[in-house]
Design a protein around this ligand. Structure first.
Ligand code: IVH
Length: 728
């Protein structure tokens, strides 16, 4: 992605129009990266790539200052808080740090401060140097020594209220003695490498979500709506800064940190006072040398002016203090040989190329595999056909540059054409599935080539079965990913339905199962009991378990809540599949066909369900062999509708409600959850079936349509009054 957005051209070479377009592209790329990182805890590009795009952006903006956009990324920190948490407005903004990438940047930083303060080159000026922890920042507010709330950084102005979660972290004191009456302590929540590895092991064994790196694990663990989950996660906290204070902590940064340590906070032992730039850079080198053995991730060194009175004089830019800077470590890189490209086939048939490398050490870790993303990436272009790596493709036997950017799976950044063998040929990406030989097709607009074999493809079948038994799906005790794979190989289970007649087949002499090592009648009976336990199962789990593309846990729950029963769902899907909208070649062609496609409109009208889900549902569930397999499964099950919410006596029970415009007293997620708890259905679009439209400021076409259809429209207060009466 970064490659796609990094034009490589210097800001000076651009015309105004080109610069405007480029700024828009870069802003969009940064925005997408920010959301992925801060809201979804699932980064799409490395920090180094992010910094590079941001630098490009700043360079163009500096050359064309009048093109500054209202959403300029140079004026922003992070992303707005995610929905689902309460919000806390920080008494003092939580800042970001400017970056330095080399010694010259650090010298410039110090020289700039001297200039600002009117100090000569030789006047003493002390700094501190400390590791930059790669976690997520947290602000803890103590009033008269008691922790009153904890907030994430959010966009720097408003963060998420994670107080209950923060209280579960051992490094965070609940009370302080001898602290100022008002004290906001700021620092970083992080996870050690050992705790991260153990957590991922536990998650994998339980069939749960595993995390890409310790930072994501820390963020995902802190930002849990259920604090009991956070309690079970090994989070730690380093204090390195502060916000609102009723009285100064100390006269210098070093002393202030010592004071925080005395109050009971963990502070980083590698924090060092530095009288000059040479000492700062030497400490940077020392910390970088220890990076691989510290036991937690750091991504640079932070320098801060030591004298707090001088810090106050320097003050802040829009999002960063003038008195501090982060000296980033370069991305961890190494060159090695590409020995082979293996193609793995996933649950939805996606063919994923994996690089097999001559093992090489990258930042203290031996790397022998790396992802190659997809065929375009290998060919040297992005999904839109624009060149990446300046169009250099990757061939077997090439020397390639590998990098790790905090991710568990390393990536390939570049290829050395000078070392390419003269007889090397471009990699021929398979057009048939390497596992089953079926055609592997690439749909228009899809970066991925997919095997069309469906259940006849052993790789897809096994991955589907693993998904089927995973924790959020059928979660059958004693039947995890490993067992399913073994049972598939031995031919006992080919598709989900087979799980449910294992007992019967065993009774009829499924001898191999009996003879399996470590297996006897007793363990078989236990397994069959566990399977029987799961015949009665919630509709949402069944939908999720089918492993349909784009249908994750949340979409499955939304569908279950809307349809209530399997027949209602499948009947609507069957009708939708026959309607004009389902046959449309693309989204644009689909829109005008909606009016003639009532079942399709019903599915896409469910809040949270978009066209991609509707399309995946209709195509997958109406494909002959796939449908037959699903029908065989359904016949074994006693599917339970989603639990009826507290709907008795609620004036909105059974009503279809649409929210539009800005809600000021609650987040969308809250509004939706509350309405559903009262038995209402929440839909994303207004139709004749809508009963109530709740319109906040800025409501547009939906309000107009509701008025046209004569649908009852309430403002937020009106809605609250209505459900408040119901709640009371
Ligand atoms: S000081 C006013 N010190 O880096 C400056 N930040 O890129 C407040 N970070 O938002 C930050 N380690 O989340 C500071 N030793 C450290 C840090 C550190 C990590 C994070 C922090 C900040 C981000 C800026």
């Amino acid at each position: 992605m970064a490659d796609a957005t990094r034009g490589g051209e210097s800001a000076g070479a651009l015309t105004r129009d080109q610069a405007r377009d480029r700024l828009a592209d870069l802003a969009a790329a940064l925005d997408a990266a920010n959301r992925a990182y801060y809201q979804d805890d699932a980064p799409v590009i490395s920090d180094a790539e992010f910094d590079a795009i941001k630098r490009d952006y700043a360079a163009i903006e500096a050359r064309f200052p009048d093109l500054e956009r209202p959403d300029s990324p140079t004026q922003q920190i992070g992303a707005a808080p995610a929905e689902g948490f309460g919000k806390i407005t920080h008494a003092q903004r939580m800042l970001s740090l400017a970056n330095a990438f080399d010694a010259a940047d650090v010298a410039d930083f110090v020289a700039g401060i001297r200039r600002y303060l009117g100090l000569s080159d030789t006047a003493p000026l002390a700094f501190t140097a400390e590791p930059k922890i790669d976690g997520l920042s947290l602000s803890l507010r103590y009033e008269t020594g008691t922790l009153v709330h904890a907030a994430t950084r959010g966009d720097g102005v408003t963060g998420e209220n994670v107080t209950a979660n923060a209280r579960t972290i051992a490094d965070i004191p609940q009370t302080l003695t001898g602290a100022p009456d008002l004290l906001e302590v700021r620092g970083e929540v992080y996870m050690t490498h050992a705790d991260f590895a153990a957590l991922n092991d536990r998650q994998a064994q339980a069939g749960g979500k595993t995390f890409a790196n310790p930072r994501n694990a820390a963020a995902g663990s802190l930002r849990q709506l259920d604090a009991e989950i956070t309690r079970a996660r090994p989070l730690r906290f380093f204090a390195y800064s502060w916000g609102d204070l009723s009285e100064p902590l100390a006269a210098t940064q070093m002393q202030a940190i010592a004071r925080l340590a005395a109050l009971g906070f963990q502070t980083n032992p590698l924090t060092l006072p530095c009288p000059d730039v040479e000492t700062m850079l030497a400490h940077y080198a020392r910390i970088e040398a220890r990076r691989a053995t510290l036991g937690y991730d750091i991504d640079g060194v932070v320098y801060k002016l030591d004298d707090l009175a001088l810090q106050a004089r320097l003050g802040l830019r829009s999002t960063t203090p003038r008195w501090a800077i982060a000296h980033k470590f370069p991305a961890e890189l190494a060159w090695t040989r590409l020995e082979a490209i293996d193609i793995q086939v996933g649950r939805t048939g996606a063919l994923s190329p994996v690089a097999r490398l001559t093992p090489v050490t990258v930042g203290g870790v031996v790397v022998s595999n790396a992802t190659l993303h997809n065929e375009d990436y290998i060919a040297g272009r992005d999904a839109r056909g624009a060149p990446i790596r300046e169009g250099r493709d990757i061939r077997l036997g090439d020397w390639v540059q590998v990098y790790r950017a905090g991710d568990v799976i390393p990536k390939i950044a570049d290829v050395d054409l000078a070392k390419r063998a003269p007889d090397a040929v471009p990699f021929a990406f398979p057009t048939t599935c390497p596992e089953c030989g079926s055609d592997a097709l690439r749909e228009e607009g899809d970066a991925v080539r997919r095997c069309t074999g469906g259940l006849i493809c052993p790789a897809q079948a096994v991955e589907k079965l693993k998904h089927f038994v995973s924790r959020a799906a059928f979660d059958i005790e004693g039947l995890g990913a490993k067992q399913v794979e073994a049972f598939y190989t031995d031919g006992w289970i080919r598709e989900p339905a087979d799980i449910f007649d294992l007992r019967a087949r065993y009774g009829q002499g499924l001898q191999q199962l009996r003879n399996r090592e470590g297996w006897g009648d007793k363990s078989a009976a236990n397994l069959f009991d566990a399977i029987d336990d799961r015949r009665r199962i919630a509709l949402g789990r069944v939908i999720f378990a089918l492993g349909i593309r784009h249908v994750g846990e949340v979409a499955a729950a939304d569908l279950a809540r809307h349809f209530g029963t399997w027949p209602a769902l499948i009947d609507t899907v069957d009708r939708a599949a026959g309607e004009p909208a389902a046959q449309a070649p693309d989204a644009r062609a689909r829109k005008p066909l909606l009016a003639q496609s009532p079942a399709w409109a019903e599915i896409t009208g469910i809040d949270g369900i978009g066209e991609a889900v509707a399309l995946a549902l209709t195509t997958t569930l109406t494909q002959g062999s796939e449908r037959a397999s699903v029908d065989r499964l359904i016949a074994h099950l006693d599917i339970q509708p989603p639990p009826a919410r507290r709907a008795d006596g609620s004036p909105v029970a059974g009503k279809t409600v649409v929210f539009t415009g800005t809600l000021e007293k609650m987040t969308r997620a809250e509004a939706k959850a509350r309405a559903e708890a009262l038995g209402a259905k929440v839909s994303g679009s207004v139709s004749a079936k809508t009963d109530i439209l709740v319109a906040g400021p800025g409501a547009g076409s939906k309000a107009a349509k509701a008025a046209e259809l004569g649908i009852e429209t309430l403002d937020e207060d009106g809605w609250l009054a209505l459900i408040g009466a119901a709640d009371g």
